[in-house]
Design a protein. Structure first.
Length: 211
């Protein structure tokens, strides 16, 4: 199972946080190439020298912004109360789709994809802090469902990968390309289909034998 990179947890300064907030807005609105340190400084209400006191370059600021946004989310947190497999997976699936289809989520994906060839280390940081970390958390939840006898799962990571793959299909691709969704397509129905497919593939033997 891939392991996500854990960033150092130093206490953030108010100015550093303000710079990262502003950088997120500027990079996602303008894209990496068009964004400038002057724009970030103006948005954050600090001098450009202050930015360089915290970040060595535009690339360094961009990487820090990506890592911070990936690590802030609680999208894949386990449920606060134990729930059955269907309810748990449905909640996870809906939260994932809400994230993927959000304007910010789509903008982040577009910006990282545009820069990934030029900055492979950025692509790796995004993958490890975002998709890989998210799948790790989903895999842990699936493993817990398996321990409770609600699913039969040999490899929770593979099950999580399949689940995410079923969710990130045509709906996500159309949204990423700015295309309209087909009429009558339901996000809830899309999630329900993925959940049902995963559960059928991992039904415990004792439940398969029930009439």
């Amino acid at each position: 199972m891939p392991k996500s990179t854990v960033c150092s947890r130093r206490k953030p300064s108010a100015k550093r946080e303000a710079i990262l907030d502003a950088a997120g807005e500027v990079f996602l609105e303008q894209g990496y190439a068009a964004a400038s340190m002057d724009n970030v400084a103006a948005r954050a209400g600090v001098s450009k020298a202050t930015i360089y006191a915290h970040f060595t370059s535009k690339d360094d600021l961009f990487r820090a912004m990506v890592r911070r946004r990936c690590e802030q989310g609680e999208v894949f947190a386990p449920p606060s109360r134990p729930a059955d497999a269907r309810a748990t997976l449905t909640a996870l699936g809906r939260r994932l789709m809400d994230l993927l289809l959000s304007p910010e989520g789509l903008a982040m994906y577009r910006v990282v994809m545009a820069e990934s060839a030029r900055q492979p280390d950025l692509a790796r940081a995004f993958y490890e802090s975002g998709p890989a970390a998210g799948k790790e958390q989903i895999a842990a939840i699936i493993a817990d469902l398996a321990r409770r006898g609600e699913m039969a799962v040999a490899d929770p990571w593979v099950a999580a990968d399949l689940f995410v793959g079923m969710l990130r299909t045509d709906l996500f691709m159309r949204a990423l390309l700015g295309l309209p969704q087909p009429e009558g397509r339901s996000l809830d129905g899309h999630v329900a289909t993925a959940v049902e497919t995963l559960m059928r593939a991992h039904t415990p033997p004792e439940k398969e034998d029930r009439p």
